[in-house]
Design a protein around this ligand. Sequence first.
Ligand code: ATP
Ligand code: MG
Length: 53
Amino acid sequence: MPLLAVQGLRKSFGDTRAVDGVDFSIEAQRLISLVGSNGAGKTTLVNLITGLL
Ligand SMILES: Nc1ncnc2c1ncn2[C@@H]1O[C@H](COP(=O)(O)OP(=O)(O)OP(=O)(O)O)[C@@H](O)[C@H]1O
Ligand SMILES: [Mg+2]
């Protein structure tokens, strides 16, 4: 069973689709990286998961 599971995560700021249908799951004791170019939506993704957004 995953420690964290995300399915169909979305967030738009006006016409900007910052996060557009993200699915992933993380197993316990795994180290993962979130990689992407400037404006790819990394911070928005994390803010959605933590509840900041
Ligand atoms: N509060 C906000 N209001 C409007 N647009 C936003 C807001 N936050 C993020 N965006 C837009 O959403 C998109 C994703 O931004 P985000 O900051 O999540 O990307 P990032 O991958 O963290 O970028 P960086 O590598 O520069 O930190 C960008 O187009 C950004 O301009
Ligand atoms: Mg960022």
